[in-house]
Write a protein that binds this ligand. Structure first.
Ligand SMILES: Nc1nc2c(c(=O)[nH]1)N[C@H]1C(S)=C(S)[C@@H](COP(=O)(O)O)O[C@H]1N2
Ligand SMILES: [Mo]
Length: 507
């Protein structure tokens, strides 16, 4: 009965594919397992009266009923795909691919979905289609029934199909367990309400943002905030399991749980974060309003020894940063942050708690998923990036960036707006100048400042003539020091040089 075996091949392929999909979901997109997203899509599409009938019939088990129905449907279709693959190859595989595409589509239609939410279904679809082709090919090439070889071959086929099914079931279970852990963290984040700040950030002046198309907005939305870290997989920490330990050269160790931290009088501050790897003109920089508690207060509580000069912070995943102690004890807004632009920290930006220290590059200060602060000395510990040749101290260098005109934007002679951002965290921006070709440096107009710790927009209305031009910018910090024109790469302690763009202006 080769068609029975073909049906079995279809079911084995589907189960193995579902297993692969659930594992992929657990790793990349914990809420996008194929059955669940298709189920959610069904719930969205089904007319209201059907829902009512289902709820009346099954009560609160309605979702379980839906999932079981979907699984049964998948298995029936899979059996059919197996038979079709045997008699009309490749129709079986086409059926599998259509099912995978439906899963991928359903994943993409979920609220807040990212392209990754299509991945589990695609992975499962590929696994199932390949396995189906291999198994059915075996059946087609099987020895004639009745011969002794046929018995052996049949047994082999059953072993392969059976193993695929068993592995698939194990993978589904494993994927569910893995994903359950991460979903718990998503749920904990969703439930956490940021407390009101005891001290609110000064409101952002309306004149801080020119609102020029193409110019970086003055506050960077969380979704587009640059992300830099060594974490292959974002650490997922349930706030209930989080605590911070302050140890090392202190009078008394301090341990602080998440509830204790958020019960403290939290302060809000707007700070621009930058990466030391940001090239001139680069976009590894963002500005956010952070909510957190001053690290200074916690260090005072612990009692820092006089000969300590550094705090080594360690994250959940073992990454370390060494921060000069004065940056954490002076009056700047160096905080343990729990909020970013009015939301709990996004997972990839350090949920539940990270450090934010104005004036220092991220690699020496901005530890995400932070778990310990060890008060120590630079001559006793070397942090992650310093071991790899980066500078011991990481003060942010004064820099500017030209955002508009964009490369390739059509330009015509007349007034052309040149605009960008400039930053000198912790001293502030006093001025920005623009130079076209070899002309004199012209003062740009500055948008209102938020604080010395944030970047500042600037604009220059350029009376442009037709032809090819190059435009440069340079910033002056709050102490009157002009950013250096000396060109340096990012290693070891940050790039320098003037940003420059080339434009062609039409007549
Ligand atoms: N745990 C951890 N924290 C980290 C890093 C990291 O690799 N691991 N990278 C740092 C670097 S180099 C930068 S520039 C900032 C970036 O923060 P963001 O991803 O929230 O923009 O995080 C810092 N905090
Ligand atoms: Mo960085």
């Amino acid at each position: 009965m080769p068609w029975r075996l073909a049906a079995l091949a279809g079911i084995a392929s589907a189960v193995a594919g579902l297993g692969a999909a659930e594992l992929a979901a657990a790793l990349f997109a914990p809420t996008a397992g194929p059955i669940v997203v298709v189920g959610a899509l069904v719930i969205d599409l089904v007319p209201g009266w059907v829902k009512d009938v289902v709820v009346q019939l099954f009560g609160t088990d309605d979702k379980a009923v839906l999932l079981v129905t979907l699984v049964v449907l998948v298995l029936v279709l899979a059996a059919l795909a197996g038979v079709l693959e045997l008699v009309r190859s490749p129709i079986g595989r086409i059926l599998v691919i259509l099912a995978g595409l439906l899963g991928a589509f359903a994943g993409l239609t979920r609220a807040g979905a990212s392209p990754l939410d299509a991945a589990p279904s695609v992975v499962g679809m590929i696994a199932a289609a390949v396995l189906l082709a291999v198994l059915v090919k075996r059946l087609q090439n099987a020895p004639r029934p009745g011969t002794p070889e046929a018995g052996i071959d049949r047994r082999r086929f059953l072993v392969v199909a059976g193993s695929a099914t068993a592995l698939g079931i194990l993978a589904v279970i494993g994927g569910q367990l893995l994903a359950a852990g991460s979903r718990a963290v998503d749920a904990a984040r969703a439930m956490f309400r940021l407390p009101a700040p005891a001290k609110a950030a000064p409101p952002i002046p309306s004149g801080a943002d020119f609102r020029i198309e193409g110019l970086a907005p003055i506050v960077t939305p969380n979704e587009s905030f640059y992300r830099i870290d060594t974490a292959l997989q974002v650490p997922r920490i349930d706030p209930a399991d989080w605590s911070l330990r302050i140890t090392g050269m202190v009078d008394t160790e301090v341990t602080l749980g998440f509830d204790e931290l958020v019960a403290l009088p939290l302060e809000e501050s707007t700070t621009t974060l930058t990466c030391v790897s940001n090239e001139i003109g680069g976009d590894l920089i963002g500005n956010a309003t952070w909510l957190g508690y001053p690290i200074r207060e916690l260090l005072t509580r612990a009692g820092v020894h006089a000969d300590a000069d550094m705090v080594l912070s360690t994250s959940e995943d073992g990454w370390t940063a060494s921060t000069p102690i004065e940056a954490l004890t002076d009056d700047r807004n160096a905080i343990l942050a729990v909020g970013m632009n009015g939301e709990p920290l996004p997972l990839e930006h350090g949920f539940p708690v990270r450090m934010v220290v104005p004036g220092l590059y991220g690699y020496v200060s901005a530890t995400k998923w932070v778990r310990t602060l060890e008060v120590t000395r630079f001559d006793r510990h070397v942090a992650y990036w310093q071991e790899r040749g980066w500078g011991e101290r990481g003060p942010i260098k004064t820099a500017s960036r030209i955002d508009v005109p964009k490369r390739g934007q059509p330009l015509t002679a007349g007034t052309i707006t040149v605009a960008g951002v400039a930053w000198a965290q912790h001293t502030g921006i006093r001025g920005v100048e623009v130079q076209v070709d070899d002309g004199a440096w012209q003062a740009a107009t500055l948008a209102d400042a938020i604080s010395a710790d944030t970047w500042r927009q600037w604009r220059y209305d350029w009376p442009a003539t037709s032809g090819a031009h190059s435009i440069r910018a340079r910033a002056t910090d709050g102490n009157g020091i002009v950013q250096t024109s000396a060109v340096a790469g990012v290693l070891p302690d940050g790039a320098t040089g003037y940003p420059e763009i080339s434009v062609t202006v039409g007549g």
